[in-house]
Ligand binder design. Structure first.
Ligand code: FES
Length: 165
């Protein structure tokens, strides 16, 4: 999802989202997903709101956030590029593909470019193994991705920001 689709962090909005799902059994995961869907990440400021609403410890909340790879603790870039690193994609060249992307964007996997345009994330199976290697750009899935194809996928955003295409 593009960052434009996310709201800027807002304590009051976060409190309302937490209250909306706090009654669910095992509410912690739905709460965290709801916050990330809204803001693109889970701000530190969410933790006391969650501990109060769900009567759980800070350690429990932080532990769950760090256990699940999908939760972010910092705002993502305007575009999120996920590269599958699971077995099928690895066997079809995802390591070299990731290295190409890192070089192309000048930032390592699991980071955001200095201009805030791209966040690069490793994922472990996008459910597209028959078309390995797979990537997901802003929520859209692509298969049989070569370095040339990924350059073509990135080109519109790089052109728009003046990056080298
Ligand atoms: S291993 Fe990459 S999509 Fe399944």
């Amino acid at each position: 999802m593009k960052l434009d689709a996310y709201r800027t962090w807002d304590d009051e909005r976060a409190r309302r989202l937490i209250e909306a799902v706090a009654h669910l059994p095992g509410a912690l995961l739905p709460v965290l997903h709801s916050l990330q869907d809204e803001f693109g990440y889970i701000d530190d400021a969410a933790i006391p709101l969650i501990t109060d609403a769900l009567n759980v410890s800070r350690a429990e909340v932080v532990g769950v956030i760090h256990f699940y790879h999908d939760f972010r603790t910092a705002p993502p870039g305007r575009h999120t590029l996920r590269v599958c690193r699971a077995e099928s994609c690895q066997s079809m060249g995802s390591q070299a593909l990731a290295a190409h992307i890192e070089e192309r964007l000048g930032t390592p996997m699991e980071s955001t470019t200095a201009d805030g345009e791209f966040t690069l994330e490793n994922v472990y199976c996008l459910g597209n193994c028959a078309l390995s290697p797979a990537v997901m750009l802003d929520g859209r899935l692509y298969g049989r991705v070569t370095p040339e194809r990924v350059d073509a996928l990135l080109a519109p955003a790089l052109t728009a920001t003046g990056g080298a295409a």
